[in-house]
Ligand binder design. Structure first.
Ligand code: CO
Length: 210
C-alpha cells in the first residue's frame, strides 16, 4: 500500500465507526453547518484544531496560515472572516498560535526564504513594535515564545480593526475575540488575551460611519 492510501483506508474506517456510533451524523451535517467558532490558526501539522479542542465536524469554521496571521489585505482571510461573522454568525473568533512556531522563529532572523519573506514581514513588524520587551528576555527560546504571545495579541487586535468585526459588534454585540497559545510539548492551550464584543481599543482604528 502506498503511504497516501493509508489515509483513504483510515477515512473509510472513520466514516463507518462514526455512523456506527451515530447513524444520523452525516445526514444531519450534509445540508447545514452552524459552527459557533471561527478558528484562525497556524498551518503547523502539530496543531489540528478539532483534535486539540475535542470538537467534531460542524463545530469549528477554520482558517489556517503560517503563524496564524490576520493581515488586512489578505482576501482569503477576509472572506473567511466575513462569511463566518455575517452568514454563520459565529459567537467567538479564536486566534490560536503555538509555542515553537517556525514562522515566528524565522521572522526573528535575517534569513531570506523567498516568497515567504513577504508574509513574515508582518511578524517582523510585530517584533519591531515590541522589541524592547522581547529583547529584555535573556534566552532565545524565551524571546521566541514572548513574540509568539505578542503576535497572537496583535492578530486579535487586527481582527478588531476590521470593519467586519466593528460592524458586527455594533449590530449583534458579537463575536467575542480570543487569543490563545498552544503548547506543542504538553498539548495544553493557554488563553492569553480577550476582547469581548464592543471592546473599545483605539480611536484611530474605530470607524464611526460603518
Ligand atoms: Co506555527
Amino acid at each position: 500500500m502506498k503511504a497516501y492510501e493509508k489515509l483513504l483506508e483510515a477515512n473509510k474506517s472513520w466514516a463507518s465507526a462514526t455512523v456506527g456510533q451515530d447513524p444520523e451524523f452525516f445526514s444531519r451535517l450534509a445540508n447545514v453547518q452552524s459552527p459557533e467558532y471561527l478558528w484562525i490558526g497556524c498551518s503547523d501539522s502539530r496543531v489540528p484544531p478539532n483534535e486539540i479542542t475535542g470538537t467534531k465536524p460542524g463545530e469549528i469554521f477554520i482558517h489556517r496560515n503560517i503563524a496564524n496571521m490576520v493581515v488586512h489585505t489578505d482576501l482569503n482571510m477576509l472572506s473567511v472572516l466575513q462569511y463566518a461573522v455575517e452568514v454563520l454568525k459565529v459567537k467567538h473568533v479564536i486566534v490560536c498560535g503555538h509555542y515553537g512556531c517556525g514562522g515566528v522563529k524565522a521572522a526573528m532572523t535575517r534569513k531570506s526564504l523567498g516568497i515567504i519573506n513577504k508574509w513574515l514581514r508582518n511578524i517582523k513588524d510585530v517584533y519591531r513594535f515590541h522589541k524592547d520587551e522581547v529583547d529584555s528576555i535573556p534566552d532565545e527560546g524565551g524571546r521566541v515564545n514572548k513574540l509568539i504571545e505578542l503576535n497572537v495579541v496583535e492578530q486579535v487586535m487586527n481582527l478588531a480593526k476590521t470593519s467586519i468585526i466593528q460592524k458586527a459588534w455594533q449590530t449583534n454585540n458579537a463575536p467575542h475575540l480570543h487569543g490563545w497559545v498552544y503548547g506543542l510539548d504538553n498539548g495544553l492551550i493557554k488563553p492569553i488575551f480577550e476582547m469581548p464584543a464592543g471592546t473599545h481599543f483605539d480611536d484611530l482604528y474605530e470607524f464611526d460611519n460603518l
